[in-house]
Ligand binder design. Structure first.
Ligand SMILES: Nc1ncnc2c1ncn2[C@@H]1O[C@H](COP(=O)(O)OP(=O)(O)OP(=O)(O)O)[C@@H](O)[C@H]1O
Ligand SMILES: [Mg+2]
Length: 868
């Protein structure tokens, strides 16, 4: 924030600085526009660009990305690298210039390698993310432009319609029937009415200001033109935004990776100190020992881990984008791999969402022209986000609206589940209500009979009407109720309290055909360890019918009403059996989701409505679709360009593959690093010279890293991704403790062979160990990448090429003319026979230990314990 203030001072023509949080609603509109140096026609593109540069992006949580060269340099902040470069600089000063040059080149090379990979991956992902960014309609240069919300600047004039997110704290310039959801400011789920005023509002806080709208809120109904006053972190919610916009970052995966890094760091530190102490004890050259210890430390740190994680994730995100899934939050891919519970809405997921109005009937089931007229008028005048039901009504047949004028409306919300418009016709004012049919019946006291007369809705008629509604549902149709009543001719406005004593008109009956493929997808999800639960705002009869049509058994039903009577504990107990939740409102969707998380599930949530946003935000993986409401898209981690459950099924597989590939790298590193640690410690104790020169260790590390670049490209055995995969640090620790020592056995064998059999002096010893350690630690990837016998699982061609290529280089280099730069000598021919034999024996032993290890592991199930 300080940064931004500093910057805007540098741009004196930007007036936005003078506008305090309260000015947004407490200043007369004309003065506000003047202060912002703007007009209702908006800014010019050039001016907007200048302001953007001065004020920064309209994203409270934005972390400013530094230029590439700075990012590259910042990698050198690694203390190990600094000490290493300093120490080798010191040794250059004592005359060893070639090895200084080699150290510097190797360090540069591996950093560049790492950096390029990571930046490329990030750019690709960033481009994807931008493609689904929430956009705002801005007036610039006299035209309306659709720009990403984070490019909006103070002074911009933005047009809002129902469903839009309010991009920043703004003053209303014009408004028509504007209702805002400002639950984020007030916690209040009901729509708040707002109105443009030229004059100031004396409100104490943003929520009370009727003439202003704020970032983080959204338009429920109506439309407006606003002028942006304060953006980014300066918005009323700005200081909260960093914590709100960013999901709780501590996913099991990130925590696991962090703990792994710490574990290795600790072991590395221990070993470096040990090596140093031993060398000093034996009075070996201090500088050389220090360099050795540092090179070792660099070699042991899993420095490629962040790169491997990003690249695997980015590759996965790119692959998913080909399947029309856009990943907004990269680490959501891991959560997707671990997800074992998916909650979804009904419309569009289980049904085709191609809704048609089949007929409009009165309470007894006869076609009713007047009920249709009411439904049509209500849908036409309603200014909320047009729901597919409204579109179906308006598309059904033409209706002459001549003579009807709109006076007011009470917008739809997911608590009431109805929308009312106050309309005038021939001097009479009528409130026309459309919504959940059982509620409208309950609110009605009379009904409109076939001849247009109003009659009392006696208990018997009511039962008949309810029976009609039940029949509609049982036949698989959805229904809305339509009712009305006359209001005072002078009545200027309508309110929620007017929605009572209604005259029931009839039912609008819709067909939303079930999606044929949905049943099979849900079954295959279940087979893959992901349970699916449906959370819908629709009623039980209709939802049950959809389930039976797609062939999925209903194992238990819970309605929103029933939920209100359940304590949290009782809800936890009921949840596991229930797979259909009906007539649940947004808060209840959220409550179910949180309860499932408490039960230990990794929960995904899929939805497209305003009503789904709270749950989407709280889910481990929020999934929405491209056509969804802005709030839903903004809250989601994944956006499906095609609304289809089967794509989610594929994304789950992608997520699991990603986690498995990262664990390959981690298992490789942990076993070989841990093994090396043992070997180095041992060697340091009994050898009269260094077991490997510092530059040899660095070279070894560089080549090893190169061989692992291909890991993100590798395939995964089907059985490894058959069930949710979650990150298990305990497993990694056990793996390390078993396989580290196995590799050390062969290191010690090599030490013995080199000294006792080949009579090696310093250089031959170092060369021999360099070759052996390269061959074993690179080739073991073929054993570690699969739980099967290694030849039963086919590795990716690139991986094979990189591994074999690197080993070839590692063996050829000491024999080549440049070998002596690194202090290598050519070993005797017989050594190569030993090398081949030892490597094969090592790989065979790893295979045997692996079989035993996984058998022992399979005995007591290591899967997460979960309270039932
Ligand atoms: N345009 C509308 N006019 C009146 N009432 C509506 C309208 N849209 C929805 N409703 C009522 O509100 C209820 C809940 O809305 P909706 O079905 O969209 O909820 P949902 O939870 O998103 O359901 P789904 O799981 O099908 O997506 C509907 O069943 C209906 O009774
Ligand atoms: Mg919905």
């Amino acid at each position: 924030m300080n940064l931004m203030q500093g910057r805007s001072e540098a741009s004196p023509d930007l007036k936005s600085d003078e506008i305090s949080a309260e000015d947004v609603w407490r200043m007369p509109a004309a003065l506000l526009l003047a202060r912002l140096s703007t007009t209702p026609a908006g800014l010019s593109a050039a001016e907007a660009e200048a302001r953007l540069a001065a004020v920064g992006p309209n994203d409270a949580a934005a972390v400013k990305r530094s230029p590439l060269w700075l990012q590259f340099l910042s990698r050198f902040r690694n203390p190990l690298v600094i000490i290493l470069l300093a120490a080798s600089g010191l040794s250059a000063a004592t005359g060893d210039i070639p090895s200084f040059a080699i150290v510097v080149s190797i360090v540069m090379l591996s950093m560049t390698l790492d950096f390029i990979q990571e930046v490329r991956a990030q750019n690709a992902v960033e481009a994807l993310r931008r493609s689904v960014a929430v956009k705002a309609s801005v007036r610039r240069d006299g035209a309306i432009l659709c720009i990403p919300i984070d490019k909006v600047v103070p002074g911009d004039v933005v047009e809002l319609i129902a469903g839009d997110l309010v991009p920043a704290d703004s003053r209303l310039l014009e408004s028509r029937d504007l209702f805002i959801n400002q639950a984020l400011l007030t916690g209040e789920p009901y729509p708040a009415e707002k109105q443009a005023t030229e004059t100031a509002s004396g409100a104490e806080n943003p929520a009370g200001a009727v003439n202003a709208v704020f970032a983080g809120t959204s338009v429920i109904s109506g439309s407006a033109t606003i002028v942006i006053c304060r953006t980014g972190a300066r918005t009323a919610l700005g200081h909260l935004a960093t914590s709100l916009a960013e999901k709780p970052p501590a996913t099991a995966f990130t925590v696991g990776i962090g703990r792994f890094g710490m574990l290795i760091m600790r072991l590395t530190l221990l070993m470096v100190i040990f090596v140093l102490v031993v060398n000093v004890w034996f009075h070996r050259p201090l500088l050389e020992s220090l360099l050795f210890a540092l090179a070792l430390a660099v070699g042991l740190t899993p420095e490629l881990l962040p790169m491997i994680v990003t690249v695997t994730l980015a590759r996965s995100a790119m692959a998913l984008s080909k399947r029309k899934v856009i990943v907004k939050r990269l680490s959501a891919i891991h959560d997707l791999g671990a997800m074992d519970m998916l909650c979804t809405d009904k419309t569009g997921t289980l049904t085709e969402a191609s809704i048609k109005l089949v007929h409009v009937i009165d309470g007894r089931g006869a076609e009713s022209a007047s009920a249709f007229a009411y439904a049509f008028i209500n849908s036409r005048f309603e200014t909320g986000m047009k729901s597919p039901l409204d579109e179906a009504i308006l598309a059904a047949q033409p209706f002459d609206m001549a003579g009807w004028t709109k006076i007011d409306e009470v917008p739809f919300d997911f608590e009431r589940r109805r929308v009312s418009v106050l309309a005038a016709h021939e001097g009479k004012r009528r409130l026309i209500v459309k919504g959940a049919p059982e509620d409208l019946l309950r609110l009605s006291v009379r009904y409109e009979s076939a001849n247009g007369e109003e009659q009392a809705l006696d208990p018997e008629t009511r039962r008949a009407f309810e029976a009609t509604l039940e029949k509609i549902g049982a036949q698989g149709f959805r229904a809305l109720g339509v009712a009305s009543h006359t209001l005072d001719d002078a009545c200027p406005a309508a309110a929620i309290v007017d929605e009572c004593n209604l005259v029931f008109a009839g039912f609008a009956v819709f067909l939303d055909p079930p999606k044929a493929s949905a049943g099979a997808t849900i079954k295959s999800m279940a087979d893959a360890g992901v349970a699916v639960k449906v959370l819908t705002g629709d009623n039980e009869i209709v939802s049950r019918h959809v389930f039976s049509e797609i062939g999925v058994p209903v194992t238990g039903v819970l309605t929103g009403d029933a939920m209100t009577h359940l304590s949290d504990e009782a809800l936890l107990g009921a949840l596991p059996q229930v797979n259909l939740f009906c007539r649940v409102n947004p808060q209840q969707k959220l409550r179910i989701l949180l309860a499932l998380k408490r039960l230990g599930y990794i929960v995904g949530f899929m939805g497209d409505g305003i009503n789904d946003a709270p749950a989407l935000h709280a889910a481990d993986v929020g999934i929405s679709v491209d056509g969804a409401a802005d709030v839903a898209r903004a809250a989601a981690d994944l956006i499906l360009l095609e609304h289809d459950l089967s794509v989610v099924r594929e994304a789950v597989v992608g997520g699991r593959q990603t986690v498995q590939n990262v664990s390959k790298y981690v298992l490789m590193g942990s076993s070989s690093n841990f093994g090396n640690m043992f070997s180095m410690a041992g060697a340091a104790l009994f050898l009269p010279f260094l077991p490997m020169l510092p530059i040899q260790i660095l070279l070894n590390n560089l080549l090893y890293d190169v061989s692992e670049i291909a890991i993100p490209f590798d395939g995964v055995d089907p059985e490894a991704i058959a069930l949710p995969v979650s990150w298990d640090i305990g497993f990694i620790e056990r793996f390390m403790l078993v396989f580290g020592p196995v590799s050390s056995i062969f290191d010690f064998l090599t030490f013995y062979a080199l000294i006792a059999v080949f009579g090696a002096g310093e250089s031959l010893f170092q060369t021999g160990w360099f070759m052996e350690s390269m061959a074993t630690q690179v080739l073991v990837v073929f054993a570690i990448r699969t739980r099967r016998l290694f030849f039963r699982s086919r590795p990716n061609g690139f991986l094979v090429a990189m591994a074999l290529g690197v080993v070839a280089v590692a063996i050829a280099l000491p024999l080549s003319p440049i070998g002596h730069w690194f202090g290598f000598v050519a070993p005797p021919p017989l050594f190569f026979a030993y090398l081949i034999g030892a490597t094969l024996a090592y790989l065979a032993l790893v295979e045997i230990v692996k079989a035993l290890f996984y058998r022992a592991m399979a005995a007591p199930s290591p899967r997460r314990a979960r309270p039932r």
